[in-house]
Design a protein around this ligand. Structure first.
Ligand SMILES: Cc1ncc(COP(=O)(O)O)c(C=O)c1O
Length: 430
């Protein structure tokens, strides 16, 4: 079944190796392969499927739009579908939060939004340096790679990655260094060797980087520091946004208002490619057509994105996400407690959670074990050392507990089959 992929698809393919099945259908939190085998989804399209697979209301809106011969492709022309999305986004997301942003549609992927943000920040300030953080992940294009931490991904660029400076993220040095005081000195001191930055870009919860949650205090301190030095703040909410941490925007918990916000992944709601850059109105200094692209805002994605915003008409979804997140963390805490040899550390917020496992290879083994039990789950972190638990936000109680039981069983299976000397050797080194 996988032969055609092995024969035809580039060696760069990743997830088809991690999850060796040929998937055919999907519904809610379940995927089915071509043989009809059912898998539970604790991966959620790496954050693109917060509302699960094939949400019926979104599907109905898409089918109706297609049957009406709605315009599908239109570059950045004005269309009814785009207008409805913009109006709904204003009414349901921005206005109730007292936020004012202009909406730019760059290309359809997250990394397109990041590139647009970097370009615009440089244009606004006339400066070129961007501050990013340890373990950050912002995408695969050259600008995004220049602010991404992972050395394997950076190496893939094949050219020097420039015009960026990396600083320690919240708790990177645990409690040994005040990362904000360090950043403050480095940007303020004329002898530091750091050119005054155009912008600081961050994820408020680093997802691919290992599920590192920045504290609210750190986020507020960072925003104040940036304001004090007239440096722009860009929040990359591509994975942590659209409700993944609870509120629509992940930065709401800290009460900060970024100058620019990157959103993508679950924005279309249905897994269709859609990306936006939100821009404080006074910073929207683009000339018409200065940044463009063929797939800037796709009408099918606008249709499903408009339908998806129905989830945000009240606070049911964020409340449920907070409640389910607490349940997930309590189960993961119990897993860690039951297996002290794992030396696991539970991390997370809302419904992005995980167990960091210091022994190399353990997290990947847990993921393989889980797949053999028909649970789709992946790793995160610079060494793939974190088991990442990320179900759709809309998962029902039964499926959530079924998946968590599989996580438990998978960890137990891995711990039981690990030679004892692996842990002894590890303990000897710490
Ligand atoms: C925080 C963050 N930024 C940017 C990206 C890049 O998005 P895309 O893969 O759609 O280019 C990702 C993808 O995982 C991400 O998690």
């Amino acid at each position: 079944m996988l032969q055609v992929f092995e024969a035809m698809e580039s060696e760069v393919r990743g997830y088809s190796r991690m999850f060796p099945a040929v998937f055919d259908r999907a519904e809610g939190s379940e995927l089915f392969d071509v043989d009809g085998r059912r898998y539970l989804d604790f991966f959620a399209g790496a954050g693109a499927l917060n509302y699960g697979h094939n949400d019926p209301a979104m599907r109905a809106a898409l089918v109706a739009y297609i049957q009406h011969n709605g315009v599908v492709h239109s570059l950045d022309m004005a269309t009814a579908a785009k207008g409805e999305f913009l109006q709904r986004f204003h009414d349901v997301v921005l206005e109730p939060r007292g936020l004012e942003y202009k909406v730019q549609f760059p290309g359809p992927t997250g990394t397109n939004s990041v590139e647009a943000a970097l370009k615009l920040a440089r244009k606004i300030t006339g400066r070129h340096t961007i501050v990013s953080f340890t373990n950050a992940f912002h995408g695969m294009t050259l600008g995004a790679l220049s602010i991404t931490g992972n050395s394997f991904k950076r190496h893939g660029a094949g050219v020097p990655l420039t015009h960026s400076v990396v600083m320690p993220y919240c708790n990177y040095f645990e409690d040994e260094l005040d990362s904000l005081a360090y950043l403050d000195t480095m940007v303020a001191d004329d002898g530091s060797g750091v050119d005054k930055p155009a912008a600081i870009i961050l994820e408020t919860v680093q997802a691919e980087g290992g599920i590192n949650v920045a504290s609210e205090q750190w986020l507020r301190g960072l925003a104040a520091l940036a304001r004090g030095h007239e440096i722009l703040i860009i929040v990359d909410d591509i994975q942590a946004g659209c409700g993944r941490t609870g509120p629509f925007f992940s930065f709401e918990r800290a009460g900060i208002e970024p100058d620019l916000v990157c959103l993508s992944k679950s924005l279309s709601g249905y897994g269709l490619p859609l990306s936006v850059l939100l821009i404080k109105p006074e910073l929207d200094v683009w000339e018409p057509g200065e940044h463009n692209g063929t797939f800037r805002g796709h009408n099918l994605a606008f249709v499903s994105a408009t339908a998806a915003l129905s989830y945000w008409k009240d606070d049911t979804l964020p409340r449920e996400t907070a409640r389910k997140g607490e349940l997930v963390r309590s189960v993961l805490d119990a897993v860690v407690e039951d297996h002290p040899q794992l030396q696991g550390e539970v991390r997370g917020l809302g419904l992005i959670n995980g167990i960091a496992c210091p022994t190399p290879g353990i997290a990947a083994q847990v993921v393989r074990e889980a797949f053999s039990r028909q649970l789709i789950i992946e790793t995160a972190g610079p060494d793939d050392n974190v088991v990442k638990v990320m179900p759709p936000l809309v998962i029902d109680a039964e499926q959530l507990s079924e998946g968590l039981q599989i996580v438990r069983d998978s960890v137990r299976a891995v711990v039981d089959t690990m030679p004892h000397n692996t842990f002894a050797a590890m303990e000897a080194t710490i």
